[in-house]
Design a protein around this ligand. Structure first.
Ligand SMILES: CC(C)(COP(=O)(O)OP(=O)(O)OC[C@H]1O[C@@H](n2cnc3c(N)ncnc32)[C@H](O)[C@@H]1OP(=O)(O)O)[C@@H](O)C(=O)NCCC(=O)NCCS
Length: 162
């Protein structure tokens, strides 16, 4: 049995350890991390999944960003512990997160990731949306939480300023 809850401050370092385990060393050197510096993830739909013993099985975070003059969420990191991969947990966390984001009024979500995985959740390549270099443009994907939400949205992705 897996329980999914919003991440709290007490979860932070355990989630970081899970990400360190699941991603290649140096993940924080990626340009997308510069968009997260000194900005908190959105608490309501950054989620942790724990098994019946309370052991962390998966986690997902969302950050607010600007795309040109528009607001968007940046999905990621998302990771599932190797002992739980392939059980549908990653997909569940992504879908729960997207649904919560839509319920909170967010219109669009973007990420940098593998299209063959994220296509199934409705993510498609974004044209005209520029992540800080170096980023492979084929990996810049978007999901419209409201119909047409990415139409006409272009520009450089920048760090959130309230
Ligand atoms: C990617 C990840 C979060 C998926 O979580 P998960 O719980 O294993 O995924 P699910 O069980 O929901 O889905 C499994 C399916 O996704 C596919 N999949 C997983 N990663 C994939 C990828 N990078 N590209 C294409 N397909 C992928 C699996 O082959 C499987 O396909 P199937 O349903 O046809 O058998 C997890 O594998 C993980 O933590 N990976 C390491 C960290 C990572 O790469 N995070 C994503 C950053 S882009």
């Amino acid at each position: 049995m897996i329980e999914v809850k919003p991440e709290t401050a007490n979860d932070w370092w355990e989630v970081e350890a899970l990400f360190d385990l699941c991603f290649a060393p140096g993940r924080e050197a990626l340009s997308s991390y510069r968009l997260r510096d000194d900005v908190d993830p959105v608490k309501e739909f950054s989620l942790v999944a724990r098994d019946e013993l309370g052991i962390l099985a998966g986690a997902i975070r969302f950050w607010p960003v600007h795309v040109g003059d528009h607001d968007s969420l940046l999905l990621g990191p998302v990771a599932v512990h190797p002992t739980h991969q392939g059980e549908g947990l990653g997909g569940f966390l992504i879908q729960e997160g997207l649904e919560a984001a839509a319920n909170h009024g967010w219109k669009r979500v973007m990420l940098v990731g593998d299209a063959p995985y994220y296509n199934r959740f409705g993510f498609e390549r974004l044209t005209g949306v520029e992540m800080p270099p170096p980023t492979n443009p084929d990996r810049v994907l978007g999901n419209a939480l409201q119909q047409g939400a990415w139409e006409g949205v272009e520009g450089i992705v920048t760090r959130w300023s309230a």
